[in-house]
Design a protein around this ligand. Sequence first.
Ligand SMILES: NC(=O)c1ccc[n+]([C@@H]2O[C@H](COP(=O)([O-])OP(=O)(O)OC[C@H]3O[C@@H](n4cnc5c(N)ncnc54)[C@H](OP(=O)(O)O)[C@@H]3O)[C@@H](O)[C@H]2O)c1
Length: 259
Amino acid sequence: MDTGVKDKTVLVTGGSAGIGAATAVAYGREGARVALTYRSREDAAEQVVKRIEQAGGEAMAVRMDLEAHETVPAAVTAVEERWGGIDVLIANAVRWGTIPPGALRFEEVPIQEWQAALHANVVGNALLATTVLPGMRERRFGRIVFVSSAVAEEGLPGPGPYGTAKMALYGLTRSLAWEAGGDGILVNAVSVGLTLTDVERPVTTGVFDTIAARTPSKRLSTAEDVASLIVFLGSAANRNVTGEIVREGSATARSIHFT
Ligand SMILES: NC(=O)c1ccc[n+]([C@@H]2O[C@H](COP(=O)([O-])OP(=O)(O)OC[C@H]3O[C@@H](n4cnc5c(N)ncnc54)[C@H](OP(=O)(O)O)[C@@H]3O)[C@@H](O)[C@H]2O)c1
């Protein structure tokens, strides 16, 4: 299938690791110009750039911190100055949170943690979309994919602020789809379940097996599996899917609860 992203400019946030890195590499393979963001691991981001370039693609890395809102338009400007407008936005970066699951009861979570989670993961992503939207409208083409989590719908004791912020991305997706659809801009969200990326390494193999067993396909996804869905939704091959929340991998499981 021709994804139609050759020579399109794609911005993948959180592209220095995990699902974002796999997505950036997958877009590079499709012939897109790929800008990927990192927050602190510049070296890791440059490694991803190198992988894309070594495979014959074009890529650049730029710093962006969803917690520091001034870095959001600055990152977009850096990409536009090099390549012109952004055609595809993959809002994948995440502020995970500072409180380990189960460490505190709901009522013990400081209000500052709620504010930080929503400030970064909701307002930061809304600002990102707001920044790229005028250019997409002008060119009458755009694709936006928000990367959410099964935790949003399923819940999980512990990461209340994270799950709440991820649920808000669905509201953002639905509203934007209606707002921008008439200008050729399609907006979707991907609900990601427990995925085999570096971040989940501390989770025991037993938990992996339990969750995989509850999944219709009986296996967990890799970052590359998730990336292939993101690339489709965020491509010209996606001709008219918009406002959808697409569940992937263990997000399709009966229950992701560990306990
Ligand atoms: N992995 C899973 O099992 C899983 C499950 C459900 C949902 N998801 C969702 O999938 C997406 C990717 O997850 P992942 O596991 O691939 O993540 P990851 O490996 O931890 O990578 C996170 C990325 O976000 C960047 N980042 C961290 N804090 C940031 C901030 N405050 N502002 C901007 N960027 C920031 C990191 O940059 P640095 O490298 O510079 O730190 C990195 O590029 C996330 O939206 C996550 O919620 C993942």
